[in-house]
Design a protein around this ligand. Structure first.
Ligand code: HEM
Length: 319
């Protein structure tokens, strides 16, 4: 098989540089996750996620990040493949060298991390893209601007409930349809009004119970069905994923906590070797600094993995 010719040293340097970028991202991500541990109904974490979801510089960074992940994986696999192709016939005796087993470990742990990452995206990131279902929150001020508010006020002036207004509108449109045939626009309008009325009723109930707050988190007091109604009826832009609530909900199940801990263990294995080997590839190590790099690598790995692991463990324990 003919693969494009890029010197394997160049590939290795690229893998190390991209990996270095990912090391920085992981530290950032693990630190931000600690906001989930605050018992503030998600005030800090939601504000952080809102910023991450709306700032255009962050959006560009997100695309770069996903590109870096894909490129890092492809280059590593390519390196492994070219190494294999360079020696089509296997050694008669299995190699016992440390470098060989480390690079094998890096490839396999990398593949496992990729699989876990896809599962992780299904848990959170894909919710933001609207690819999987999740929990959302709605800003209170968005509800004030709904068309239905006008109908509610008008029905009050007419001395009717909004439901009675809509029933009357429907009866009239049915009579009109008998005489002139169906009118899709009117039917659509009535169906919209009913949907929005459903929203009003939900909001009214929540407000009677004193649960409405201006920050959108009041939606957590609703039932699952009510939240889904809001999500369905309101425009996409009026709601955003509630990652704080979702993380706390997910980490209340032991099997999800266990799954994530396995994920972090694989990351631990990968990072243990990633840090010093990136320094080695980039030629930044020498006998003077080797010990410092080794200690820094251990510190970094333990710090990041413990910060990640603290979130599911402490949330599960209710701390
Ligand atoms: C306690 C553990 C973790 C939690 C609670 C968590 C939570 C989240 C959340 C809520 C998002 C979506 C954020 C947004 O797009 O606004 C996200 C995205 C992401 N996570 Fe995690 N994560 C965890 C661990 C990890 C680990 C270990 C990795 C990497 C190996 C990772 C890699 C990513 C990536 C690449 C994204 C997409 C880019 C981004 O949105 O920043 N996460 N994570």
């Amino acid at each position: 098989m003919d693969l494009p010719k890029i010197h394997s040293i160049t590939k290795k340097i690229l893998v190390a540089l991209l990996g270095g970028f990912l090391l920085l991202f992981l530290l950032f991500h693990a630190t931000a996750n600690l906001f989930i541990l605050r018992h503030d109904e998600g005030a800090w974490y939601s504000a952080f996620c809102h910023f991450m979801g709306t700032n255009w510089i962050v959006k560009i960074f997100e695309i770069v990040l996903l590109g870096v992940i894909v490129l890092h994986i492809l280059l590593t696999l390519w390196l492994a493949l070219t190494n294999r192709l360079a020696r089509p016939t296997r050694y008669h005796q299995a190699q016992k060298s440390k470098t060989h087993s480390t690079s094998k470990l890096m490839v396999w742990s990398g593949i496992l991390i990729f699989v876990c990452l896809i599962i992780h995206f299904c848990d959170f990131y894909f919710v933001k893209l609207g690819w999987v279902k999740g929990e959302y929150m709605v800003k209170t001020e968005k509800l004030q601007s709904q068309e239905i508010m006008g109908l509610v006020q008008y029905s009050q002036q007419m001395g009717m409930t909004p439901e009675e207004m809509i029933d009357e509108l429907e009866a009239k449109s049915a009579m009109y349809a008998d005489e002139n045939g169906d009118n899709d626009e009117v039917a659509q309008y009535i169906s919209n009004m009913r949907d929005q009325l459903g929203v009003i009723n939900i909001v009214q109930r929540a407000s009677e119970e004193g649960n409405i707050t201006g920050d959108g988190q009041w939606i957590r007091h609703l039932t699952y069905d009510e939240r889904q109604t809001l999500k369905r009826v309101l425009p996409e832009s009026d709601s955003e994923p509630d990652f704080y609530y979702m993380a706390r909900e997910k980490f209340s199940h032991w099997h999800i906590v266990l799954g994530y801990l396995i994920f972090f263990f694989v990351i631990f294995m990968h990072l243990r070797h990633a840090f010093p080997s990136a320094f080695q590839t980039l030629g930044l190590n020498n006998y003077k600094y080797n010990n410092i790099i080794e200690v820094l690598g251990k510190l970094y790995t333990w710090l990041v993995v413990l910060m990640f692991a603290a979130v599911p463990i402490l949330v599960y324990l209710g701390l």
